[in-house]
Design a protein around this ligand. Structure first.
Ligand code: C2E
Ligand code: CA
Ligand code: CA
Length: 403
């Protein structure tokens, strides 16, 4: 998580001084600063460089662990974002755009600093923006701040899309889906905010929210009648969550808190989130399975499809993506792919859940292909918690209460 803090400087204000030991970098959003050094013997000031919007400052002492090598002074009114060292060092190996810019800046700036000391010229040149896509990065930083603020202010909620048995149409479980109702922008698509939260490293906060809400709802759902005691809840998690060393402990704590049996919680992970994962993630998946939670591969068929790798994973279900399952009736190629995926599922000994069934024809096709479970607008749209619980109670049978 960047957790960026916005700061403002007036002209003449010092951002930091040469020799200071700080652990923060900065991105300039607006304004111009000058970087100068006093360290060449007689303490005369040498202006090294001016920096403007999109430039990174202060990254060198983070990457080298050394004190600041220059003093930075605002030349005009400036707006900057503080980037904590932890963010930069934590993602050192991921080479995200900010880190790449840090490294490029450090290398070129060190070279220029050195040259500057020997140069006659006292006029600092204006460096080019070091973040090529600074506008995009700054808007993502702002969007992430908005997400975190929204989470604190209760703008996020979960809705539940029932998963049904194709043999009798009964609800066997549900997928928890996140909703964000922004006070000014209205509803923002999860595809958008989940992507940004993953890129910026704050997805774990959203996942924790989803897990905690979904467990509370599952507990309530299982209490509604004898028939709902075996209901399961599927929660989407990202590759980053699977990489968290405390993830299984966290699940254990949540399930205890809500008096739930581990097998009633299933985690949905996409193929793409799993395939590049390292040893840690695989070990954590094993621990999740040993602990008893289910693991479903989401959007199956759209990702990397390294079958040898998938075979080695401790899976319990494959969810066939809407692009194939919802298209199998009308499209022979999609139908062939679904047939193959259902066969693969049975070879692997895992459940198959078809996603995105919208019509009676879709349902018939998938049933004929041997699929046992499904989810889609034909059965239910995502429902608010209360409507979902009422639906289980048999109070109503309507798909109009969309969350
Ligand atoms: P997904 O996991 O593939 O979720 C299924 C998406 O398909 C949901 O969109 C659902 O509303 C939609 N859907 C279900 N049945 C049908 C159908 O019959 N037709 C059509 N056209 N669409 C159908 P939604 O809720 O907008 O979520 C989009 C994606 O956002 C999800 O795709 C998932 O990748 C992500 N997401 C949502 N909630 C969470 C969350 O709590 N955590 C994480 N990590 N990701 C989430
Ligand atoms: Ca999903
Ligand atoms: Ca899916």
């Amino acid at each position: 998580m960047i957790d960026a803090i916005e700061i403002s400087l007036n002209p003449g204000a010092i951002l930091y001084r040469e020799g200071d030991a700080h652990d923060t970098a900065f991105i300039i959003e607006d304004g111009e600063v000058v970087l100068y050094s006093n360290s060449d013997g007689d303490m005369a000031r040498v202006d090294c460089e001016r920096r403007g919007p999109g430039s990174i400052l202060g990254e060198l002492s983070i990457l080298t662990g050394q004190p600041r090598t220059v003093t930075v002074e605002a030349l005009t009114p400036c707006k900057l974002y503080k980037i904590p060292a932890a963010k930069i060092l934590h993602q050192f190996h991921d080479l995200d755009p900010i880190l790449r810019a840090c490294i490029e800046t450090s290398i070129s700036f060190s070279a220029r600093l050195h040259a500057g000391h020997n140069s006659e010229s006292k006029k600092a040149p204006l460096a080019q923006s070091t973040l090529r896509n600074s506008h995009d990065i700054i808007s993502r930083i702002k969007f992430e701040k908005d997400i975190l603020r929204g989470l604190e202010r209760g703008e996020f909620s979960m809705c539940y899309q029932p998963i049904v048995s194709l043999s009798n149409g009964q609800i066997v479980g549900a997928e928890a889906l996140m909703r964000w109702d922004h006070p000014n922008q209205g509803r923002i698509s999860p595809d958008r905010f989940i992507t940004v939260a993953e890129e910026m490293g704050s997805i774990s906060l959203l996942t924790d929210f989803a897990l905690s809400e979904a467990c509370a709802t599952l507990h309530a759902a299982q209490q509604t009648s004898d028939a709902t005691q075996d209901l399961f809840m599927s929660v989407n998690v990202s590759g980053q969550d699977i990489g968290r060393t405390d993830f299984v402990d966290h699940l254990e704590h949540l399930l205890d808190l809500h008096a739930l049996v581990p097998s009633h919680l299933k985690l949905e992970v996409t193929e793409t989130a799993l395939v590049p994962s390292g040893d840690t993630s695989e070990r954590i998946l094993e621990r999740i399975r040993e602990f008893g939670c289910g693991i479903s591969i989401d959007d199956f068929g759209t990702g990397y499809s390294n079958l040898a790798y998938l075979k080695s994973l401790p899976l319990t279900a494959l969810k066939i993506d809407r692009a194939f399952a919802g298209d199998a009736y009308a499209n022979a190629v999609s139908k062939g792919i679904v047939r193959m995926l259902v066969g693969l599922g049975s070879e692997l000994g895992v459940d198959i859940i078809a996603e995105g069934l919208e019509t009676e024809n879709d349902v018939q096709t998938l049933t004929e292909l041997g699929c046992r479970y499904a989810q889609g607008f034909h059965f239910y749209k995502p429902l608010t918690k209360n409507v979902f619980l009422n639906e289980l109670n048999g109070d109503q049978r309507s798909v109009t209460h969309v969350a």
